[in-house]
Design a protein around this ligand. Structure first.
Ligand SMILES: Nc1ncnc2c1ncn2[C@@H]1O[C@H](COP(=O)(O)OP(=O)(O)O)[C@@H](O)[C@H]1O
Ligand SMILES: [Mg+2]
Length: 336
């Protein structure tokens, strides 16, 4: 499906999502997420980054780049990169066949249209992280390296996009990606990667496990690690809203200045943890499913998530044949 020739390709998924839903995307340093307006004129398209060479994309961050800057004395020792595979941490391979079967980016595989689209998406997120690092406090810079992938409703492609984004970002030279399964009610990151389960974020939040770093599973994809969701409880939202949660989540970014943390979120309109998570992160990517998400739902989702300053929409124009077989691709008819 993803190897189909793109039909009538117009703009990136970010641009098409913005224009289809009359949403002016936040620029790299836009101070506020603009409201979703029902009948506003289509916004001026965002500047599209120059196409990258397919084999050696330029590094998003250089070691002395703004993302790594810290205020004097903050996060002592943070400029020394934490080794990717911390001692004693578990390692598990990602099952390439499972990725392929799910229509996802396969590391080391062909450059597909899907991979190209995610390059655009990640570039915008990395630009925002860099711009915040250059202009704002060290704390804001750390938060800007935390990205929540959310959507209004279930089945709109949050997990699909979070995994593809993580795989795409892990190919960058100067970053390490931590993919966090934060959809506590329906955690499926590990299964979708073909990885074994383990303790995770909820166990750390509840105090059953001392440190999140202990739960992180390194993968055989260079620069990509996963933090599982952990054991469910009836008080996920309360656990997430606690000061302890804030410290733990901030700690994920502070532990490694090269780290980008991508959270796979529950749906914004079906569960309260999403809006709490939005308060903890520096960027939110709202997945809009072209054939499914209504503008009303999108508007409600964006307002549930507006605790975060930097919100962008991404268009997931997947479509399905009756009977469940996929035939569409990211390059659907939406956004024409
Ligand atoms: N662009 C896409 N191409 C192919 N399959 C997709 C795409 N987007 C979503 N899917 C599939 O649709 C289903 C629902 O997506 P998922 O990411 O699990 O949604 P959510 O996390 O929002 O509940 C999954 O089987 C997923 O693989
Ligand atoms: Mg999901």
């Amino acid at each position: 499906m993803n190897d189909q020739t793109p039909r009538r390709y117009k703009g990136t998924l970010l641009e098409r999502a913005a224009s289809q839903f009359h949403y002016a995307p936040t620029g790299p340093v836009a101070p506020q997420a603009p409201p979703v307006r029902a009948h506003a004129p289509a916004p001026t398209p965002m500047p599209v980054p120059a196409p990258e060479p397919s084999h050696t994309p330029p590094p998003a961050f250089v070691p002395d780049g703004p993302m790594l800057r810290r205020g004097a004395g903050e996060h002592e020792g943070a400029s020394i990169a934490v080794p990717q595979q911390a001692r004693g941490r578990r390692t598990a391979p990602i099952d390439r066949a499972t990725l392929r079967a799910g229509g996802m980016i396969v590391p080391g595989g062909q450059i597909t249209p899907l991979a190209e689209e995610f390059r655009m998406v990640k570039r915008q997120l990395l630009l925002t992280a860099r711009a915040v690092a250059a202009k704002d406090t060290a704390k804001a810079a750390d938060r800007a390296r935390m990205v929540l992938v959310c959507s209004a409703n279930p089945d709109e492609g949050k997990t699909f996009c979070a995994i593809n984004l993580a795989l795409s970002m892990a190919a960058e030279k100067d970053v390490e990606i931590l993919l966090v399964d934060a959809d506590f009610a329906k955690p499926d990151i590990l299964e979708r990667l073909g990885m074994p389960s383990g303790p995770g974020l909820l166990d750390v939040l509840s105090g059953a496990v001392a440190s999140a770093e202990e739960c992180i599973i390194d993968t055989d994809v260079s620069q990509l690690s996963v933090l599982p969701a952990g054991a469910k409880s009836n008080s996920d939202t309360e656990l997430l809203a606690s000061d302890r949660a804030r410290a733990i989540l901030d700690g994920l970014a502070q532990a490694n200045p090269r780290r980008i943390v991508i959270f796979d979120s529950p749906p914004a309109l079906a569960a309260s943890p999403a809006s709490v998570l939005a308060l903890h992160v520096g960027q939110v990517l709202v997945v809009v499913r072209a054939d499914q998400t209504s503008e009303g739902d999108l508007r409600d989702a964006v307002s549930a998530l507006d605790g975060c300053e930097h919100i962008q929409l991404v268009l997931n124009s997947v479509s399905f044949q009756p009977g469940g077989r996929r035939f569409g691709s990211y390059y659907g008819e939406a956004g024409k």
